[in-house]
Design a protein around this ligand. Structure first.
Ligand SMILES: Cc1cc2nc3c(=O)[nH]c(=O)nc-3n(C[C@H](O)[C@H](O)[C@H](O)COP(=O)(O)OP(=O)(O)OC[C@H]3O[C@@H](n4cnc5c(N)ncnc54)[C@H](O)[C@@H]3O)c2cc1C
Length: 380
C-alpha cells in the first residue's frame, strides 16, 4: 500500500514556450474573432480547426496520425484553450481519455478506423459510467451487456452522461457478470458504443445553470459487434484507474471558472489598489500550486505510471478552489464603489456561480476523492 504522495517538481522545457506562442496565435486567429458564433461549449467547427492544427491526439502514435509529442506539450495546448474559454468540449473527452483507452484496448481495425477521425476532430465521445443507482460506487453498475450470436446486447440506463446528444461514441461500463463474493469489482467490461445504434434513447437533463450538458441514456436491446468489447472481459476495474487519472488531473480541474480571475486581474490593472493586488496575488499563488501539481501528474502519466492518489488530490483541491473562486472574486470587488459599473464582471461572476456547484461532483465527488487519498496514505 502506498504511504506517501509524490509530486515531482516539473519545469517546462524552454522550447515549449514556442508551442504556447503558437496556440495563442491560433486562438487569436481562429477563435477570438468568432467567439460569439462558436460559443464556449461544443463546436464541431472549432474541433475540426483544432484537428487541422494538430491539437488533438498530440501524444498518440504517428502510425494512426498522432503527433507523438510529449504530455507536457499537450498540457500547454489544453491550458491555453481553457484559459481562453475556447469551445473544446466536442473533442475534449476523446482527446483526454477515450483515445488513450482505445489505443490501449481496441482492436487494430477499430484503431485504424476511428483514431484518425478523432485526431481530425470529427468524432465526439462521451463517458458512460454513472447510472441512476450507481455514481460514486461504480462497481454497483447494473446496465448489462450479454453475449449473443450477433455480438453484445446492451440493456439498461446511464445517467448524467455529458455530451451524449452530440457524441458519436460512448465508452460504456457494463455488467457482463455478477460480482463474486471475494471481488465485488469483478464482472464489469468496457464497450465502444456507436451512439447511432438502434435502441439508444438520449434524453437531456436540465441543470441549474439552465443548460442541458448532461443526459440520461437508455439502452433497449442495443446490439454492438463482439469486437467492441474493450480490454479484459469482466476486468474493466483493472483498466479504469489510468483512465480516471487522466480525467481528474487536467487543468480543467482548476480552470473552469478561470474567466473571473482574468476579469479580476483586468479590474485590478485599472484600479491598482494594494488590498486588491494582495487579494489577486493570493489567488494566483493558489493557482500556480495546482498547476504545478497537475503538471507533475501529466509527467507521471507520460512515464507510464498510474498516479491515482495524486490525480485525486489535484481534483479535490483544484475543484474546491475553482468552486469558491466566483464568490471570492465577488467579495473582493463587490465592496468597491464602482462595482455596479462593471456589468461584464458581474455577469461573469453570476454565470460562474451557477456552474460552480457541479465542479466538486463531476468526475468524482470531494468525499470519494478524500477516501482515495486517505487509502493512498494508508489511513484507511
Ligand atoms: C456536470 C456533471 C457532469 C457529469 N458527467 C458525467 C459523465 O459524462 N459520465 C458519467 O458517467 N457521469 C457523469 N457525471 C456523474 C458524476 O460522476 C456523479 O454524479 C458522481 O460520481 C456522484 O455520483 P451520484 O450522483 O450517484 O452520487 P452518489 O454516489 O449517490 O453520492 C451522493 C453523496 O454521497 C457521498 N458519497 C458517496 N459515496 C461515498 C463514500 N464512499 N464515502 C463518502 N461519501 C460518499 C457523495 O460524495 C455525495 O455527496 C456528471 C456529473 C455532473 C454533476
Amino acid at each position: 500500500m502506498k504511504t506517501f504522495i509524490e509530486f515531482d517538481a516539473v519545469e517546462l522545457p524552454n522550447h515549449l514556450h514556442l508551442t504556447r506562442e503558437r496556440v495563442r496565435e491560433f486562438l487569436q486567429r481562429e477563435y477570438l474573432p468568432n467567439k460569439s458564433r462558436l460559443g464556449s461549449g461544443f463546436s464541431p467547427e472549432f474541433s475540426r480547426l483544432c484537428g487541422d492544427a494538430g491539437y488533438i491526439g498530440m501524444t498518440w502514435p504517428k502510425q494512426y496520425g498522432g503527433g507523438e509529442k510529449s504530455f507536457l506539450e499537450r498540457y500547454i495546448v489544453c491550458e491555453e484553450m481553457l484559459a481562453a474559454g475556447a469551445p473544446v468540449w466536442g473533442h475534449w473527452v476523446a482527446d483526454r481519455q477515450s483515445g488513450p483507452m482505445l489505443l490501449d484496448y481496441a482492436s487494430e481495425e477499430i484503431k485504424n478506423d476511428l483514431i484518425p477521425k478523432m485526431i481530425a476532430g470529427e468524432y465526439c465521445f462521451c463517458i458512460g459510467l454513472s447510472e441512476p443507482d450507481s455514481g460514486s460506487d461504480l462497481f454497483a453498475a447494473k446496465a448489462a451487456a450479454e453475449k449473443t450470436s450477433e455480438g453484445w446486447a446492451l440493456n439498461g440506463t446511464k445517467l448524467w452522461t455529458s455530451g451524449a446528444r452530440q457524441a458519436h461514441y460512448m465508452i460504456a461500463l457494463m455488467r457482463t457478470e455478477k460480482a463474486t463474493e471475494d471481488n465485488r469489482r469483478h464482472g464489469l467490461t468496457q464497450f465502444l458504443v456507436p451512439m447511432n445504434t438502434p435502441g439508444i434513447t438520449v434524453r437531456p437533463v436540465r441543470s441549474m445553470a439552465g443548460d442541458s450538458e448532461f443526459n440520461e441514456v437508455h439502452f433497449d436491446n442495443v446490439i454492438i459487434p463482439s469486437d467492441n468489447a474493450l480490454g479484459e472481459i469482466n476486468g474493466a476495474w483493472k483498466q479504469a484507474s489510468k483512465e480516471l487519472a487522466y480525467e481528474r488531473s487536467g487543468s480543467e480541474r482548476f480552470l473552469e471558472t478561470f474567466s473571473v480571475l482574468q476579469a479580476l486581474a483586468d479590474y485590478v490593472h485599472k484600479n491598482p489598489k494594494v488590498h486588491l493586488q494582495e487579494a489577486l496575488g493570493s489567488l494566483v499563488a493558489d493557482l500556480y500550486s495546482f498547476r504545478q501539481m497537475s503538471l507533475s501528474v501529466a509527467m507521471m502519466l507520460e512515464q507510464g505510471k498510474a498516479p491515482m492518489v495524486e490525480a485525486a488530490l489535484v481534483k479535490d483541491v483544484g475543484t474546491l478552489w475553482q468552486q469558491a473562486l466566483p464568490e471570492r472574486v465577488r467579495s473582493i470587488v463587490g465592496g468597491e464603489s464602482d462595482f455596479d459599473d462593471q456589468p461584464e464582471l458581474r455577469r461573469d461572476i453570476n454565470r460562474m456561480l451557477k456552474i460552480a456547484p457541479k465542479l466538486t461532483i463531476q468526475g468524482g465527488t470531494t468525499e470519494v476523492l478524500r477516501g482515495i487519498i486517505a487509502r493512498g496514505l494508508g489511513l484507511r
